[in-house]
Design a protein around this ligand. Structure first.
Ligand code: GDP
Length: 304
């Protein structure tokens, strides 16, 4: 049994590789919900959905949404001058509607997302970090922006405005999803996926009890670095690391996760650290499967 902590693309790709190696029922993914947002009357969970779509092999090539989706609802909203800056495909929206209906009926987010996974034919558990709302906000030019607004409206993807601060609204009150704690406790290996350490993996570990459970689980804990040849290949990871005072490169995961990890997988070594050095770019099914296999083999050599 393997548990992976994941944000978006990087963590999702590694999880897809692990699915091939260990099988659907031996894998659980705990996903960041700090990027969740209420839009068009539905609850959107960008990271849990990205993971689920990647595991189900329906992720669109652009890196979010469902392959071959149409955007008729967004087009219709734009025609009546309703802001549609957050693009959701029609099938993607259907998944969000299903989740929202269950939430409105009083269901927990974990079980509502499990229904989305079931609808995609997944057998792997994709578990939101918490059933309680946590919302990442980023301060730019003196204003606090919800994460999606920072990314999409302010062009956070291009690293444009300087990040002045980050806050996780609701974190103090958030309880971990019981399924997340249970998954960690029955795992033989815990992997921190190659996602943004500050705003993807950081929020998962910040939920009361999650970091403690990982620290006390008594099994090897391994991080896979999100840096390829010293650079982030997607999104504003470098900007957030700079804001958090973290180095960019293999050292980053050792500083970000300090005592929590027993070793890391990266394409460059780090002085004095337990690093399995290998190609970490997952640009094909073979590449992600190989990285997943090597990560598990490396974990097996580590004392927890
Ligand atoms: P986002 O939410 O989609 O931006 O994605 P994540 O939270 O997963 O984090 C983005 C990080 O994933 C970036 O720093 C990328 O460098 C990293 N990443 C994306 N694809 C890969 C990959 O194939 N291999 C590795 N090692 N990292 C990757």
């Amino acid at each position: 049994m393997v548990t992976v902590l994941a944000g978006g693309t990087g963590g999702a790709r590694l999880a897809r590789g692990l699915l091939d190696v260990v099988g659907a029922r031996e894998l659980a993914v705990i996903a960041n919900t700090g990027d969740d947002v209420e839009m068009y009357g539905v609850h959107v969970s960008p990271d849990p959905d990205l993971v689920a779509y990647t595991l189900a092999d329906v992720i669109d090539d652009q890196g979010w949404g469902i392959q071959g989706d149409t955007f008729q609802v967004m087009d219709a909203l734009e025609r009546v001058d309703r802001p549609a800056w957050f693009r959701l495909g029609d099938r993607d929206l259907a998944m969000c509607l299903m989740r929202t209906e269950l939430l409105h009926a009083g269901e927990r987010l974990t079980l509502a997302h499990a229904e989305v996974c079931r609808a995609l034919g997944l057998e792997t558990e994709v578990i939101p970090m918490s059933d309680d709302p946590v919302r990442t906000q980023v301060k730019v030019r003196g204003d606090w922006l919800p994460f999606q607004e920072f990314m999409i409206v302010e062009g956070g993807k291009d690293g444009a405005p300087e990040i002045e601060d980050v806050q996780l609204i609701g974190m103090d009150e958030a309880e971990p999803s019981p399924e997340a704690i249970a998954a960690i406790e029955r795992s033989e290996v815990v992997i921190l996926g190659p996602s943004n350490p500050v705003i993807s993996i950081g929020p998962i570990l910040a939920v009361h009890g999650i970091q403690e459970t990982v620290a006390e689980c008594g099994v090897p804990v391994v991080a896979v670095s999100p840096f390829i040849r010293g650079r982030s290949i997607k999104g504003p990871t470098e900007d957030f690391c700079r804001w958090a005072g973290l180095p960019v490169g293999t050292d980053c995961v050792f500083e970000a996760y300090s005592d929590l990890i027993d070793g890391a997988v990266a394409d460059e070594p780090a002085a004095g650290r337990a690093v399995h050095v290998t190609e970490t770019l997952m640009d094909s099914p073979d590449a992600r499967r190989r990285l997943a296999q090597e990560t598990l083999e490396f974990a097996a050599t580590l004392a927890s």
